[in-house]
Design a protein around this ligand. Structure first.
Ligand SMILES: [Zn+2]
Length: 90
């Protein structure tokens, strides 16, 4: 999230708005992205790399050992679309 740290941890509303709008469109329609301010290239929400992943559906594996690579591969194959593994909790 874009913040005005170290002044505070509140999001910079002007900077965050395009990302919030794109995320809302993505939730509603499955499509959303933000255009680069420099070159205009659009980065789809699903391609953003910012330390955690957005996706739907999401699955949690509570109290499991670390997920095996082959399990993650087969799980993704069964789902039939791109998957990402995210450690930790929200
Ligand atoms: Zn660019």
């Amino acid at each position: 999230m874009i913040t005005d740290h170290p002044l505070s941890f509140d999001p910079d509303e002007q900077a965050w708005k395009p990302f919030r709008d794109a995320t809302s469109r993505w939730v509603e329609t499955g499509e959303g992205g933000v255009a680069c301010a420099t070159c205009g290239a659009v980065a789809p929400v699903g391609d953003w790399q910012f330390g955690f992943d957005l996706g739907a559906p999401a699955f949690g594996f509570w109290r499991w050992p670390p997920l095996d690579v082959s399990f993650c591969g087969e799980f993704g194959n069964q789902l039939g679309h791109r998957t990402e593994e995210q450690a930790g909790t929200f």
